[in-house]
Ligand binder design. Structure first.
Ligand code: GLN
Length: 196
């Protein structure tokens, strides 16, 4: 299996490392590559859109000519996971902040998000999360995290923190407002790879 990590900005090396560890834990042969060119994008079996700054990532996806192909891959059923800024980009509705900054969203998931929803006092924190499909709590690392404020259609919430949605799944696409690549727990990456 070939895992692609969109590599225009943000937490790329961490996702590459976690992907390799997750493949190893699953006993699956494969590799993880940094994706910056269309040929690389078209060669992968699944895709990770990392955290970073969603407005910047969005602009760079256009600049590097990756935007339309990512949307097409998602609609074709290629498994895709977006974390934090990546979660924002997967949403159909990005709230006031996305509108104000003119951030163009990939829009692969029937959900709305609120960027930086936790405010300044709680810019970053950790909390154990119950995630559907995992049998024990996952260490949630939140950094200037968005919240999933609404879902519709076939988009389903699969994890909540204090009642608020922090992870959702729509068929082949997963969105997380936290950072699984900054833990030592490969289970969320494994969830993605199990969809391939
Ligand atoms: N606050 C950032 C954004 O909205 C996301 C932060 C992150 O990815 N750690 O783009």
């Amino acid at each position: 299996m070939k895992v692609g990590v969109i590599s225009v900005q943000g937490a790329v090396p961490e996702h590459l490392r976690m992907s390799e560890l997750a493949l190893e834990a699953m006993g699956r042969k494969g590799e993880a590559i940094a994706v910056r060119r269309i040929d690389d994008l078209r060669s992968v079996d699944c895709l990770i859109i990392p955290g970073g700054e969603s407005t910047t990532i969005s602009k760079l996806l256009r600049k590097f000519n990756l935007f339309a192909d990512i949307v097409a891959m998602g609609m074709d059923g290629v498994p895709i996971m977006g974390t934090c800024a990546g979660c924002v980009l997967l949403a159909k509705k990005g709230g006031d902040q996305a509108e104000r900054t003119g951030t163009e969203l990939l829009g692969l998931m029937d959900m709305s998000v609120d960027r930086n929803a936790f405010g300044r006092q709680r810019e970053s924190f950790e909390a154990p999360l119950e995630i559907e499909g995992l049998d024990s709590p996952f260490p949630g690392v939140f950094i200037r995290a968005p919240l999933i404020t609404g879902t519709w259609g076939s988009c389903k919430v699969v994890s909540r923190h204090q009642g608020e949605a922090v992870m959702a799944r729509q068929d082949n696409v997963l969105a997380l407002s936290f950072h699984p690549e900054l833990t030592n727990d490969t289970r969320v990456h494994q969830l993605l790879f199990s969809l391939v």
